[in-house]
Design a protein around this ligand. Structure first.
Ligand code: PLP
Length: 439
Protein backbone atom coordinates (compact mmCIF):
# COMPACT_ATOMS: atom_id res chain seq x y z
CA UNK A 1 0.00 0.00 0.00
CA UNK A 2 1.33 3.38 -0.93
CA UNK A 3 1.81 6.20 1.53
CA UNK A 4 -1.19 8.32 0.71
CA UNK A 5 -0.39 11.97 1.15
CA UNK A 6 -2.74 14.21 3.09
CA UNK A 7 -1.24 17.60 2.39
CA UNK A 8 -4.01 18.98 0.19
CA UNK A 9 -7.04 17.47 1.86
CA UNK A 10 -8.73 18.03 5.16
CA UNK A 11 -9.73 14.61 6.53
CA UNK A 12 -10.93 15.72 9.99
CA UNK A 13 -14.43 14.24 9.60
CA UNK A 14 -13.24 10.94 8.14
CA UNK A 15 -10.65 10.62 10.91
CA UNK A 16 -13.21 11.33 13.62
CA UNK A 17 -15.65 8.90 12.05
CA UNK A 18 -12.97 6.25 11.84
CA UNK A 19 -12.37 6.55 15.61
CA UNK A 20 -16.08 5.89 16.17
CA UNK A 21 -16.37 3.18 13.49
CA UNK A 22 -13.47 1.15 14.81
CA UNK A 23 -15.22 0.80 18.17
CA UNK A 24 -18.01 -1.10 16.46
CA UNK A 25 -16.46 -2.77 13.41
CA UNK A 26 -13.09 -4.49 12.83
CA UNK A 27 -10.86 -1.91 11.10
CA UNK A 28 -13.93 0.36 11.06
CA UNK A 29 -15.03 -0.94 7.66
CA UNK A 30 -16.95 -3.78 5.96
CA UNK A 31 -14.08 -5.01 3.79
CA UNK A 32 -10.44 -5.26 4.86
CA UNK A 33 -9.46 -3.47 1.65
CA UNK A 34 -11.32 -0.29 2.62
CA UNK A 35 -8.99 0.28 5.53
CA UNK A 36 -6.22 2.61 4.37
CA UNK A 37 -4.67 3.29 7.79
CA UNK A 38 -6.07 5.01 10.89
CA UNK A 39 -5.49 8.50 9.44
CA UNK A 40 -6.26 7.72 5.82
CA UNK A 41 -9.44 5.68 5.82
CA UNK A 42 -12.04 7.86 4.17
CA UNK A 43 -15.81 7.61 4.13
CA UNK A 44 -17.97 8.47 1.16
CA UNK A 45 -20.76 11.02 1.28
CA UNK A 46 -22.02 10.61 -2.28
CA UNK A 47 -21.07 10.01 -5.89
CA UNK A 48 -22.26 11.28 -9.27
CA UNK A 49 -20.95 10.21 -12.65
CA UNK A 50 -17.18 9.79 -12.51
CA UNK A 51 -16.85 11.77 -9.28
CA UNK A 52 -17.24 11.05 -5.60
CA UNK A 53 -17.12 13.20 -2.48
CA UNK A 54 -15.97 12.14 0.97
CA UNK A 55 -17.62 13.29 4.19
CA UNK A 56 -15.09 16.14 4.50
CA UNK A 57 -16.24 17.44 1.10
CA UNK A 58 -13.08 16.45 -0.80
CA UNK A 59 -13.86 15.72 -4.45
CA UNK A 60 -12.27 12.89 -6.43
CA UNK A 61 -12.35 11.66 -10.02
CA UNK A 62 -12.98 7.98 -9.38
CA UNK A 63 -10.96 5.34 -11.26
CA UNK A 64 -11.85 2.55 -8.83
CA UNK A 65 -15.62 2.58 -9.40
CA UNK A 66 -16.16 0.21 -6.50
CA UNK A 67 -13.71 -2.24 -8.16
CA UNK A 68 -15.46 -1.89 -11.48
CA UNK A 69 -19.25 -2.04 -11.21
CA UNK A 70 -20.19 1.61 -11.81
CA UNK A 71 -19.71 1.29 -15.57
CA UNK A 72 -22.17 4.08 -16.39
CA UNK A 73 -20.97 6.30 -13.56
CA UNK A 74 -22.17 6.61 -9.98
CA UNK A 75 -25.87 7.25 -9.31
CA UNK A 76 -26.90 6.97 -12.96
CA UNK A 77 -30.32 8.60 -13.38
CA UNK A 78 -31.90 5.95 -15.64
CA UNK A 79 -30.59 3.00 -13.67
CA UNK A 80 -31.56 4.47 -10.32
CA UNK A 81 -35.03 5.40 -11.60
CA UNK A 82 -35.53 1.83 -12.82
CA UNK A 83 -34.52 0.47 -9.42
CA UNK A 84 -36.84 2.92 -7.65
CA UNK A 85 -39.73 2.00 -9.93
CA UNK A 86 -39.19 -1.66 -9.08
CA UNK A 87 -39.31 -0.94 -5.38
CA UNK A 88 -43.11 -1.41 -5.05
CA UNK A 89 -42.61 -4.99 -6.25
CA UNK A 90 -40.95 -5.46 -2.87
CA UNK A 91 -37.84 -7.40 -2.08
CA UNK A 92 -38.02 -11.13 -1.48
CA UNK A 93 -40.88 -13.63 -1.77
CA UNK A 94 -39.08 -16.92 -2.29
CA UNK A 95 -40.93 -16.88 -5.64
CA UNK A 96 -39.97 -15.77 -9.11
CA UNK A 97 -40.83 -12.48 -10.82
CA UNK A 98 -41.37 -11.69 -14.51
CA UNK A 99 -38.32 -9.44 -14.84
CA UNK A 100 -35.93 -12.40 -14.44
CA UNK A 101 -36.75 -13.58 -17.94
CA UNK A 102 -36.34 -10.09 -19.40
CA UNK A 103 -32.81 -9.85 -17.98
CA UNK A 104 -31.95 -13.45 -18.87
CA UNK A 105 -32.93 -12.69 -22.48
CA UNK A 106 -30.72 -9.59 -22.51
CA UNK A 107 -27.75 -11.61 -21.25
CA UNK A 108 -28.40 -14.31 -23.86
CA UNK A 109 -28.53 -11.68 -26.58
CA UNK A 110 -25.20 -10.19 -25.51
CA UNK A 111 -23.35 -13.37 -24.53
CA UNK A 112 -23.75 -16.16 -27.10
CA UNK A 113 -22.36 -18.80 -24.67
CA UNK A 114 -25.52 -18.40 -22.58
CA UNK A 115 -28.14 -20.90 -23.62
CA UNK A 116 -29.58 -20.50 -20.15
CA UNK A 117 -29.01 -18.16 -17.22
CA UNK A 118 -29.31 -18.29 -13.43
CA UNK A 119 -28.97 -15.30 -11.05
CA UNK A 120 -26.97 -14.94 -7.86
CA UNK A 121 -26.04 -11.94 -5.72
CA UNK A 122 -22.28 -11.48 -5.99
CA UNK A 123 -19.28 -12.56 -8.01
CA UNK A 124 -18.23 -14.99 -5.31
CA UNK A 125 -21.62 -16.67 -5.27
CA UNK A 126 -21.71 -16.98 -9.04
CA UNK A 127 -18.27 -18.59 -9.25
CA UNK A 128 -19.14 -20.95 -6.37
CA UNK A 129 -22.30 -21.94 -8.21
CA UNK A 130 -20.43 -22.38 -11.51
CA UNK A 131 -17.82 -24.64 -9.97
CA UNK A 132 -20.46 -26.76 -8.26
CA UNK A 133 -22.35 -27.01 -11.53
CA UNK A 134 -19.21 -28.18 -13.33
CA UNK A 135 -18.63 -30.81 -10.67
CA UNK A 136 -22.25 -31.94 -10.73
CA UNK A 137 -22.30 -32.19 -14.50
CA UNK A 138 -18.97 -33.98 -14.92
CA UNK A 139 -19.07 -36.07 -11.73
CA UNK A 140 -15.48 -34.97 -11.03
CA UNK A 141 -14.23 -32.95 -8.04
CA UNK A 142 -10.94 -31.33 -9.01
CA UNK A 143 -10.25 -28.09 -10.86
CA UNK A 144 -7.47 -25.92 -12.24
CA UNK A 145 -6.87 -22.23 -11.56
CA UNK A 146 -4.12 -19.83 -12.67
CA UNK A 147 -1.55 -17.94 -10.63
CA UNK A 148 -2.63 -14.36 -9.99
CA UNK A 149 -6.35 -15.01 -10.36
CA UNK A 150 -9.01 -13.89 -7.96
CA UNK A 151 -12.39 -15.60 -8.11
CA UNK A 152 -13.99 -14.52 -4.86
CA UNK A 153 -13.87 -15.12 -1.15
CA UNK A 154 -14.75 -18.82 -0.92
CA UNK A 155 -12.33 -21.52 0.23
CA UNK A 156 -11.84 -23.11 -3.19
CA UNK A 157 -10.26 -20.02 -4.72
CA UNK A 158 -8.56 -18.14 -1.85
CA UNK A 159 -5.14 -19.47 -2.84
CA UNK A 160 -2.14 -17.77 -4.35
CA UNK A 161 1.41 -18.47 -5.42
CA UNK A 162 3.63 -17.50 -2.48
CA UNK A 163 5.16 -14.10 -3.31
CA UNK A 164 8.22 -15.00 -1.21
CA UNK A 165 8.98 -17.86 -3.61
CA UNK A 166 8.96 -15.67 -6.70
CA UNK A 167 12.59 -14.68 -6.70
CA UNK A 168 13.75 -18.07 -7.93
CA UNK A 169 11.71 -18.38 -11.11
CA UNK A 170 13.27 -21.71 -12.02
CA UNK A 171 10.96 -23.57 -9.64
CA UNK A 172 7.24 -23.38 -9.04
CA UNK A 173 6.18 -21.28 -6.07
CA UNK A 174 4.33 -22.85 -3.18
CA UNK A 175 0.61 -22.31 -3.26
CA UNK A 176 -0.63 -20.71 -0.06
CA UNK A 177 -3.94 -19.40 1.24
CA UNK A 178 -4.95 -15.77 1.16
CA UNK A 179 -4.97 -15.42 4.95
CA UNK A 180 -6.11 -17.71 7.71
CA UNK A 181 -9.22 -19.83 8.09
CA UNK A 182 -8.98 -21.74 4.80
CA UNK A 183 -8.60 -25.49 5.33
CA UNK A 184 -5.40 -27.04 3.94
CA UNK A 185 -7.55 -30.02 2.87
CA UNK A 186 -8.84 -27.92 -0.04
CA UNK A 187 -5.32 -27.84 -1.52
CA UNK A 188 -5.75 -31.47 -2.59
CA UNK A 189 -8.52 -30.51 -4.97
CA UNK A 190 -6.82 -28.17 -7.43
CA UNK A 191 -3.78 -27.37 -9.54
CA UNK A 192 -2.59 -23.81 -9.97
CA UNK A 193 -0.60 -23.19 -13.14
CA UNK A 194 1.20 -20.10 -14.48
CA UNK A 195 -0.96 -17.72 -16.50
CA UNK A 196 -0.34 -17.49 -20.23
CA UNK A 197 1.36 -20.90 -20.24
CA UNK A 198 -0.74 -23.38 -22.24
CA UNK A 199 1.95 -26.06 -22.12
CA UNK A 200 1.85 -26.18 -18.33
CA UNK A 201 -1.93 -26.46 -18.46
CA UNK A 202 -1.71 -29.32 -20.94
CA UNK A 203 0.81 -31.13 -18.71
CA UNK A 204 -1.71 -31.06 -15.86
CA UNK A 205 -4.73 -31.96 -17.98
CA UNK A 206 -2.97 -34.80 -19.77
CA UNK A 207 -2.13 -36.56 -16.51
CA UNK A 208 -5.18 -35.69 -14.44
CA UNK A 209 -8.16 -34.98 -16.69
CA UNK A 210 -10.06 -37.97 -15.30
CA UNK A 211 -10.42 -36.13 -11.99
CA UNK A 212 -10.74 -32.55 -13.26
CA UNK A 213 -14.18 -31.00 -13.65
CA UNK A 214 -13.13 -27.58 -14.86
CA UNK A 215 -10.49 -25.04 -15.71
CA UNK A 216 -11.43 -21.74 -14.10
CA UNK A 217 -9.97 -18.73 -15.86
CA UNK A 218 -10.11 -14.95 -15.67
CA UNK A 219 -9.60 -13.74 -19.28
CA UNK A 220 -7.91 -10.63 -17.90
CA UNK A 221 -6.34 -10.86 -14.43
CA UNK A 222 -8.46 -8.14 -12.87
CA UNK A 223 -6.81 -8.37 -9.47
CA UNK A 224 -3.31 -8.58 -10.88
CA UNK A 225 -3.30 -5.19 -12.53
CA UNK A 226 -5.17 -6.34 -15.61
CA UNK A 227 -2.67 -8.77 -17.13
CA UNK A 228 -4.49 -10.00 -20.24
CA UNK A 229 -4.57 -13.50 -21.69
CA UNK A 230 -2.52 -13.70 -24.84
CA UNK A 231 -5.06 -14.50 -27.58
CA UNK A 232 -3.24 -17.73 -28.49
CA UNK A 233 -3.23 -18.75 -24.81
CA UNK A 234 -6.95 -18.39 -24.12
CA UNK A 235 -7.74 -20.10 -27.43
CA UNK A 236 -5.44 -22.95 -26.41
CA UNK A 237 -7.24 -23.19 -23.04
CA UNK A 238 -10.51 -23.56 -24.94
CA UNK A 239 -9.09 -26.27 -27.18
CA UNK A 240 -7.42 -28.14 -24.33
CA UNK A 241 -10.63 -28.18 -22.29
CA UNK A 242 -12.48 -29.70 -25.23
CA UNK A 243 -9.67 -32.16 -25.97
CA UNK A 244 -9.50 -33.43 -22.38
CA UNK A 245 -13.23 -33.32 -21.69
CA UNK A 246 -12.96 -30.71 -18.98
CA UNK A 247 -15.31 -27.72 -18.71
CA UNK A 248 -14.02 -24.21 -19.31
CA UNK A 249 -15.43 -21.73 -16.79
CA UNK A 250 -14.70 -18.17 -17.85
CA UNK A 251 -14.98 -15.81 -14.90
CA UNK A 252 -16.17 -12.55 -16.42
CA UNK A 253 -17.13 -10.95 -13.12
CA UNK A 254 -14.94 -7.97 -14.01
CA UNK A 255 -14.70 -8.17 -17.80
CA UNK A 256 -18.35 -9.01 -18.56
CA UNK A 257 -20.26 -6.15 -20.23
CA UNK A 258 -17.12 -4.01 -19.86
CA UNK A 259 -14.40 -4.97 -22.33
CA UNK A 260 -17.03 -5.59 -25.03
CA UNK A 261 -20.81 -6.01 -25.14
CA UNK A 262 -20.20 -9.77 -25.11
CA UNK A 263 -17.37 -9.51 -22.59
CA UNK A 264 -13.94 -11.03 -23.00
CA UNK A 265 -15.47 -14.00 -24.80
CA UNK A 266 -16.40 -11.64 -27.64
CA UNK A 267 -13.04 -9.90 -27.47
CA UNK A 268 -11.12 -13.18 -27.80
CA UNK A 269 -13.60 -15.02 -30.02
CA UNK A 270 -14.14 -17.92 -27.62
CA UNK A 271 -17.14 -19.49 -25.91
CA UNK A 272 -17.13 -20.82 -22.37
CA UNK A 273 -18.99 -23.92 -21.26
CA UNK A 274 -20.02 -21.94 -18.20
CA UNK A 275 -19.34 -18.25 -17.47
CA UNK A 276 -19.98 -15.83 -14.65
CA UNK A 277 -20.80 -12.11 -14.83
CA UNK A 278 -21.51 -9.57 -12.12
CA UNK A 279 -19.97 -6.17 -11.67
CA UNK A 280 -20.88 -4.11 -14.72
CA UNK A 281 -24.23 -5.79 -15.22
CA UNK A 282 -26.26 -3.57 -12.89
CA UNK A 283 -24.06 -0.49 -12.39
CA UNK A 284 -23.38 -1.42 -8.77
CA UNK A 285 -26.63 -3.01 -7.62
CA UNK A 286 -25.90 -6.44 -6.14
CA UNK A 287 -26.56 -9.14 -8.71
CA UNK A 288 -24.56 -11.72 -10.64
CA UNK A 289 -25.35 -14.41 -13.19
CA UNK A 290 -24.17 -17.79 -14.34
CA UNK A 291 -24.65 -18.67 -17.98
CA UNK A 292 -23.72 -21.65 -20.08
CA UNK A 293 -24.52 -24.54 -22.36
CA UNK A 294 -28.04 -25.87 -22.07
CA UNK A 295 -27.26 -29.45 -21.14
CA UNK A 296 -24.91 -28.26 -18.39
CA UNK A 297 -27.22 -25.56 -17.05
CA UNK A 298 -30.18 -27.97 -16.94
CA UNK A 299 -28.30 -29.83 -14.18
CA UNK A 300 -29.68 -27.09 -11.93
CA UNK A 301 -32.89 -28.80 -11.01
CA UNK A 302 -31.55 -32.25 -11.90
CA UNK A 303 -29.34 -32.81 -8.90
CA UNK A 304 -27.21 -29.69 -8.54
CA UNK A 305 -28.29 -27.30 -5.78
CA UNK A 306 -28.56 -23.59 -6.47
CA UNK A 307 -30.62 -20.87 -4.83
CA UNK A 308 -30.36 -18.17 -2.21
CA UNK A 309 -32.82 -16.02 -0.30
CA UNK A 310 -31.89 -12.85 -2.16
CA UNK A 311 -31.31 -14.17 -5.69
CA UNK A 312 -32.98 -12.11 -8.45
CA UNK A 313 -34.10 -9.40 -6.06
CA UNK A 314 -36.41 -6.95 -7.88
CA UNK A 315 -34.43 -3.72 -7.63
CA UNK A 316 -31.17 -5.31 -8.76
CA UNK A 317 -32.96 -6.94 -11.68
CA UNK A 318 -34.48 -3.63 -12.74
CA UNK A 319 -31.06 -1.98 -12.50
CA UNK A 320 -29.60 -4.81 -14.58
CA UNK A 321 -32.26 -4.40 -17.26
CA UNK A 322 -31.60 -0.65 -17.47
CA UNK A 323 -27.80 -1.01 -17.45
CA UNK A 324 -27.62 -3.83 -19.99
CA UNK A 325 -30.06 -2.06 -22.30
CA UNK A 326 -27.86 1.05 -22.32
CA UNK A 327 -24.68 -0.98 -22.83
CA UNK A 328 -26.30 -2.99 -25.63
CA UNK A 329 -27.98 -0.15 -27.52
CA UNK A 330 -25.51 2.73 -27.21
CA UNK A 331 -21.84 3.44 -27.85
CA UNK A 332 -21.11 3.61 -24.11
CA UNK A 333 -18.44 0.89 -24.22
CA UNK A 334 -16.82 2.38 -27.31
CA UNK A 335 -16.66 5.76 -25.58
CA UNK A 336 -15.24 4.19 -22.42
CA UNK A 337 -12.50 2.48 -24.43
CA UNK A 338 -11.76 5.73 -26.30
CA UNK A 339 -11.41 7.58 -23.00
CA UNK A 340 -9.09 4.85 -21.71
CA UNK A 341 -6.99 5.09 -24.86
CA UNK A 342 -6.79 8.89 -24.63
CA UNK A 343 -5.76 8.62 -20.98
CA UNK A 344 -3.03 6.11 -21.83
CA UNK A 345 -1.83 8.31 -24.71
CA UNK A 346 -1.70 11.36 -22.43
CA UNK A 347 0.17 9.46 -19.73
CA UNK A 348 2.63 8.09 -22.29
CA UNK A 349 3.38 11.65 -23.43
CA UNK A 350 4.12 12.77 -19.86
CA UNK A 351 6.31 9.76 -19.12
CA UNK A 352 8.15 9.68 -22.46
CA UNK A 353 9.01 13.38 -22.13
CA UNK A 354 10.77 12.52 -18.88
CA UNK A 355 12.40 9.34 -20.19
CA UNK A 356 10.50 7.16 -17.71
CA UNK A 357 10.04 3.57 -18.96
CA UNK A 358 6.40 2.51 -18.80
CA UNK A 359 3.80 0.12 -20.16
CA UNK A 360 0.09 -0.57 -19.85
CA UNK A 361 -1.71 -3.86 -19.27
CA UNK A 362 -5.28 -4.98 -19.83
CA UNK A 363 -7.97 -3.32 -21.86
CA UNK A 364 -8.52 0.42 -22.22
CA UNK A 365 -11.55 0.22 -19.92
CA UNK A 366 -9.60 -1.55 -17.13
CA UNK A 367 -5.88 -1.03 -17.49
CA UNK A 368 -2.82 -1.13 -15.27
CA UNK A 369 0.16 1.22 -15.45
CA UNK A 370 3.68 -0.12 -15.03
CA UNK A 371 6.96 1.67 -14.68
CA UNK A 372 8.86 -0.82 -16.81
CA UNK A 373 9.25 -0.92 -20.58
CA UNK A 374 7.69 -4.40 -20.77
CA UNK A 375 4.33 -5.09 -19.21
CA UNK A 376 4.19 -8.25 -17.09
CA UNK A 377 2.48 -11.27 -18.66
CA UNK A 378 2.36 -13.54 -15.61
CA UNK A 379 1.74 -13.19 -11.92
CA UNK A 380 5.35 -14.21 -11.40
CA UNK A 381 6.88 -11.34 -13.33
CA UNK A 382 4.26 -8.92 -11.98
CA UNK A 383 5.33 -9.79 -8.45
CA UNK A 384 8.94 -9.13 -9.34
CA UNK A 385 8.31 -5.73 -10.86
CA UNK A 386 9.19 -2.64 -8.88
CA UNK A 387 6.08 -0.70 -8.03
CA UNK A 388 7.53 1.83 -5.59
CA UNK A 389 7.30 4.62 -8.19
CA UNK A 390 3.64 3.79 -8.85
CA UNK A 391 2.82 3.63 -5.16
CA UNK A 392 4.38 7.00 -4.38
CA UNK A 393 2.75 8.61 -7.40
CA UNK A 394 -0.66 7.14 -6.50
CA UNK A 395 -0.28 8.58 -3.00
CA UNK A 396 0.08 12.07 -4.51
CA UNK A 397 -2.72 11.56 -7.02
CA UNK A 398 -5.27 10.57 -4.40
CA UNK A 399 -4.36 13.64 -2.35
CA UNK A 400 -4.92 15.76 -5.48
CA UNK A 401 -8.35 14.22 -6.06
CA UNK A 402 -7.60 11.48 -8.60
CA UNK A 403 -8.85 8.33 -6.95
CA UNK A 404 -6.74 5.56 -8.47
CA UNK A 405 -5.97 2.27 -6.79
CA UNK A 406 -3.29 3.02 -4.20
CA UNK A 407 -1.35 -0.22 -4.40
CA UNK A 408 -1.13 -1.01 -8.14
CA UNK A 409 -2.96 -4.31 -7.64
CA UNK A 410 -6.18 -3.24 -9.32
CA UNK A 411 -6.49 -1.69 -12.76
CA UNK A 412 -7.87 1.80 -13.37
CA UNK A 413 -11.55 1.48 -14.28
CA UNK A 414 -13.27 3.88 -16.67
CA UNK A 415 -16.99 4.65 -16.73
CA UNK A 416 -19.31 6.36 -19.20
CA UNK A 417 -19.35 9.25 -16.71
CA UNK A 418 -15.70 10.11 -17.39
CA UNK A 419 -15.73 13.11 -19.71
CA UNK A 420 -13.26 15.51 -21.32
CA UNK A 421 -13.09 17.63 -18.16
CA UNK A 422 -12.13 14.52 -16.14
CA UNK A 423 -9.51 13.59 -18.72
CA UNK A 424 -7.87 17.02 -18.79
CA UNK A 425 -7.87 17.29 -15.01
CA UNK A 426 -6.50 13.75 -14.60
CA UNK A 427 -3.65 14.31 -17.05
CA UNK A 428 -2.66 17.64 -15.52
CA UNK A 429 -2.61 16.11 -12.05
CA UNK A 430 -0.83 13.02 -13.33
CA UNK A 431 1.98 15.21 -14.68
CA UNK A 432 2.25 17.02 -11.36
CA UNK A 433 2.25 13.75 -9.38
CA UNK A 434 4.95 12.25 -11.60
CA UNK A 435 7.16 15.31 -11.04
CA UNK A 436 6.60 15.22 -7.30
CA UNK A 437 7.54 11.54 -7.30
CA UNK A 438 10.70 12.27 -9.27
CA UNK A 439 11.77 14.98 -6.79
N1 PLP B 1 -14.31 -13.08 -9.82
C1 PLP B 1 -13.57 -12.03 -10.22
C2 PLP B 1 -12.85 -12.13 -11.54
C3 PLP B 1 -13.48 -10.87 -9.47
O1 PLP B 1 -12.74 -9.84 -9.90
C4 PLP B 1 -14.19 -10.81 -8.24
C5 PLP B 1 -14.11 -9.61 -7.40
O2 PLP B 1 -13.32 -8.72 -7.58
C6 PLP B 1 -14.95 -11.91 -7.84
C7 PLP B 1 -15.00 -13.03 -8.66
C8 PLP B 1 -15.73 -11.86 -6.57
O3 PLP B 1 -16.79 -10.98 -6.71
P1 PLP B 1 -17.53 -10.37 -5.43
O4 PLP B 1 -16.59 -9.42 -4.79
O5 PLP B 1 -18.75 -9.71 -6.01
O6 PLP B 1 -17.90 -11.51 -4.56
Amino acid sequence: MSTIKTERRNLDKSRAHFQEAVKHMPLGVSSNFRYWGDDNTIFVKRGKGARLWDIDGNEYIDYRLGYGPAILGHCHDTVDAAAREAQPVGTVYALGTEKEVTVAKLIKEMMPAADLVRFSNSGTEAVMAALRLARGYTGKDNYVTFEGSYHGLFDATMWTADPDDMKDQSKDPRVITYGQGIPQLVRQLFWQVPYNDAQRLEDVLKKNHDTIAAVLIEPILGNCCGIPSKPEFIKAVRELCTKYNVLMIVDEVKTGFRVAKGGAQELYGIQADIFTVAKAMANGYPISAIGGREEIMRKYGKGVAHGGTYTAQAMSLAAAEATLTILKDTDALKNIAAYGQAMQDGMRKVLSKRGIPHSFTGHQSMSGLFFSAEAPTTYRNWKLSDYTFYDTMAGYLIDMGVMCEPDSREPWFISAGHDKACLDETLAKFEEAVDLTLD
